[in-house]
Structures are given as structure tokens and as C-alpha cells.
Design a protein around this ligand. Structure first.
Ligand code: GDP
Ligand code: MG
Length: 188
């Protein structure tokens, strides 16, 4: 039986905890604590250690989902959380002031892991941005010489999250399939 570990990262508020809740087949273990810097980040709770959930595939395989903390002061956790991981999902909040800078920061921070594994990028909050512009992210990926899946994805939407997960898994190994649950019964 195979176990696979996928890591979710991105800035605070980009939708990591929500994405894991949307995808997980079991109740999500969150370590959200009252933020000491809630004024700075604009919400009362933030992930200080990690989120954890899992997807149970029909094949008997399990995909473990880990969310990193968003703030730099917890970046000591990032190496620990990526240990043994097979791929990375970066969520970028398109409604942030400089979302391309956010993406650049995470591509840089996780560059070793990305080059060893694979990455897919979900651009969240495009429903509340006036002019969503995915081209700026594509230009950034070119600068990083990365060719990877990137699309708009609402962390609250199961179809968007399945598509994002599937795109990552397909770029890794055509044998692993993400949900939807009506997925076929292939075991390899
Ligand atoms: N409007 C909108 N809200 C979203 C989207 N994705 C996530 N959210 C919301 O953004 C907020 C922050 O999400 P959260 O998962 O806590 O972010 P985290 O800090 O990365 O874990 C939550 O209220 C989510 O419901 C999106 O695409 N559009
Ligand atoms: Mg969170």
C-alpha cells in the first residue's frame, strides 16, 4: 500500500487550511492559534504549525495533505514538512497587493524541493479581484524556468481543488489518481 505526501504552501490567507478541509476525507487536524500579530495579518487565527488531512483513494493508496504556516517566522517548519513529500501546491491570493511577489517568494523558498519533485499553483480569490491577470504569474514562471500547472482555483470549491491535485499528480506519476470519488478502480 502506498502513501503519498503533498505539501500546501502560500501566504497567510491564501486558502491552505480551506483547501485541505475541502479535499480531506477525514476531519482536518488544524493547529490554528490565536495570532499574536492579528492586526498585522488581518484575521484572528492563523496556522502556526501545520494543517493535516488525507485523501483515501479507491486503490487503497492514501494521499497525506500537509499545510505549512504562511509566515516567514515559521519557515523553520518548511524543511520538516517537506521531508518525504512527492509534490508541492502553492496557493497565491490574487487579491493581495503583490501576489507575483508572493509567488516568487515561495518558489524561491521551496526551489530545492520543487526541483526534486513537482509543483502546481492555484490562484485563489480571483472571484473578488477586479481584473484577474494570470499572465503575470506565467511570466514569473518563465523567469524561474518552470513549466508547471497554474490556474484559478477557489480553495472552497471541491472541483477546483481536485483539478489542482490531479494536475500535480499527473505531472508526477500517471498512476496516481486524485478524487472525484467516482474515479475508476485502477490499482496501479
Ligand atoms: N472569495 C474567496 N475566498 C477564498 C478563496 N479561497 C479561500 N478563501 C477564503 O479565504 C480565507 C482564508 O483561507 P485560509 O484557508 O484560512 O487561508 P490560510 O491562511 O492559507 O490557511 C477563508 O475565509 C477562505 O474561505 C477564493 O478563491 N475566493
Ligand atoms: Mg491556515
Amino acid at each position: 500500500m502506498h502513501h503519498h505526501k503533498i505539501i500546501f504552501t502560500g501566504p497567510v490567507g491564501s486558502g491552505k487550511t480551506t483547501a485541505i478541509e475541502t479535499l480531506s476525507d477525514v476531519p482536518v487536524v488544524c493547529t490554528d492559534q490565536r495570532a499574536t500579530d492579528s492586526n498585522e495579518i488581518g484575521k484572528p487565527n492563523t496556522t502556526v504549525a501545520m494543517d493535516y488531512g488525507k485523501i483515501l483513494l479507491k486503490s487503497g493508496e492514501t494521499i497525506h495533505l500537509y499545510g505549512t504556516p504562511g509566515q516567514d517566522r515559521f519557515d523553520f517548519m518548511w524543511d520538516i514538512l517537506t521531508e518525504g513529500g512527492i509534490g508541492l501546491i502553492i496557493l497565491v491570493d490574487d487579491s493581495n497587493t503583490n501576489p507575483s511577489d508572493d509567488l516568487a517568494r515561495f518558489l524561491t523558498a521551496f526551489s530545492d524541493f520543487i526541483h526534486q519533485t513537482a509543483v502546481a499553483i492555484g490562484v485563489t480569490h480571483t472571484d473578488i479581484t477586479v481584473l484577474p491577470d494570470l499572465q503575470r504569474y506565467h511570466r514569473l514562471l518563465e523567469r524561474f524556468e518552470l513549466c508547471c500547472p497554474l490556474f484559478e482555483a477557489d480553495a472552497r470549491d471541491p472541483r477546483d481543488m481536485s483539478r489542482l491535485m490531479e494536475s500535480l499528480l499527473l505531472s508526477l506519476d500517471p498512476g496516481i489518481h486524485a478524487p472525484p470519488p467516482e474515479d475508476n478502480d485502477e490499482t496501479t
